[in-house]
Design a protein around this ligand. Structure first.
Ligand code: NAD
Ligand code: KPL
Length: 303
């Protein structure tokens, strides 16, 4: 069965190239005829891995093509997920399966509500990749992808294709807890790196603020019903700060590059959930207030 991959950005390319070179049929879905023409001009995707670049030719279509889609990897940013799925929904075959690669929370529910008859498998990835040119992606960090379906614990048969393609993955019965844990890690690190304009490692000098944020995130996770996702959060945040000391967080990179952030699906989602639960989380709220002000001052979207 063909893997349709919507979004030829960092993660979409990382998945498309590995699946294609393992011999699985892959078709890229590009936004419009102009993007399709740009892709056809370069003739494929390039994956740069350990300094070695490989050009892989793959078929591509624009969103409005007619071919039915049975398996779709949605590899766009969280803020693009709903509009992307609205555009391809008429092409989804009966029993279609979707893999939602978005970070944070909120976009997955919006997508699933729009296509209630499709199976929506959620993913949380610690792999790292970035674009260094149009249709060119650098594989920057080994990791793995957790996959799960809150509505159906049965793993899909195509997990074996991921294994053959060398895509490290694990099926989980609690993908929501995984997504919440990653969201909490991102909330404890990314906004501060933007506000302090620093690499992750410099947060070691702001230990009290990181600790206070982790305590509030811990309370939020527990109240939300994900106590297991709260265990050892502060310790893990400190480990990530140390292990990624030389890196700029993804949110820092977005702001520095003048790009829209996924704030609404990370810190914004956490603050909204806390309010809904009646929790008073002053450090998180203050962080959100400062981050929104920072984005506004730079003319960047706040949602
Ligand atoms: P990206 O910006 O590199 O790629 C997204 C691609 O989707 C872009 O090429 C964009 O043009 C395309 N797109 C958006 N709307 C579209 C539409 N309607 N039709 C066709 N194409 C469309 O983003 P990314 O870094 O691959 O991130 C995707 C998700 O994965 C994000 O939620 C991100 O937080 C998460 N994530 C990324 C990484 C990473 O290392 N890049 C790691 C973990 C998680
Ligand atoms: O995921 C991250 C990001 O930069 O988005 C880490 C490295 C964990 C920092 O929150």
């Amino acid at each position: 069965m063909t893997w349709h991959i919507l979004g030829a950005g960092s993660l979409g390319t990382l998945w498309a190239t590995r699946l294609a070179r393992a011999g699985f049929p892959v078709t890229l879905l590009l936004r419009n005829a102009q993007r399709l023409a740009a892709y056809e001009a370069v003739g494929g995707l390039t994956l740069v891995e350990a300094g070695h670049s490989q050009h892989i030719a793959l078929p591509a279509q624009s969103l409005e093509a007619c071919e039915p889609i049975s398996r779709l990897l949605l590899a766009c940013k969280a803020y693009d997920a709903l509009s992307a799925i609205q555009a391809v929904a008429p092409r989804l075959a009966a029993g279609a399966e979707l893999i939602l690669l978005q970070n944070g929370l909120g976009s997955q529910d919006a997508v699933a509500a729009h296509v209630p008859h499709a199976r929506c498998i959620r993913a949380s990835s610690t792999e790292g990749a970035y674009r260094d040119g149009d249709f060119r992606v650098v594989f920057a960090g080994q990791g793995q992808t957790w996959l799960g379906d809150p509505d159906n614990p049965t793993p899909p048969a195509w997990l074996s294709e991921l294994a053959s393609a060398g895509i490290p993955h694990q099926w989980t019965h609690d993908i929501q807890a995984r997504l919440w844990r990653k969201l909490a890690l991102n909330c404890a690190i990314n906004p501060l790196t933007v506000l302090l304009d620093c690499r992750n490692g410099e947060l070691a000098e702001h230990g009290a603020e990181v600790k206070a944020l982790c305590a509030e995130l811990d309370l939020l996770l527990r109240t939300q019903g994900h106590a297991e996702a709260a265990v050892g959060l502060h310790e893990e945040v400190l480990k990530v700060i140390q292990a990624t000391a030389a890196n700029y967080s993804s949110m820092h990179q977005d702001v520095a590059g003048g790009r829209r952030t996924e704030i609404a699906y990370l810190l914004g989602y956490a603050c909204t959930a806390a309010r809904r639960l009646g929790l008073v989380l002053p450090y998180l709220n203050d962080l959100q207030h400062r981050l929104l002000g920072h984005l506004r001052a730079r003319g960047l979207p706040t949602a």
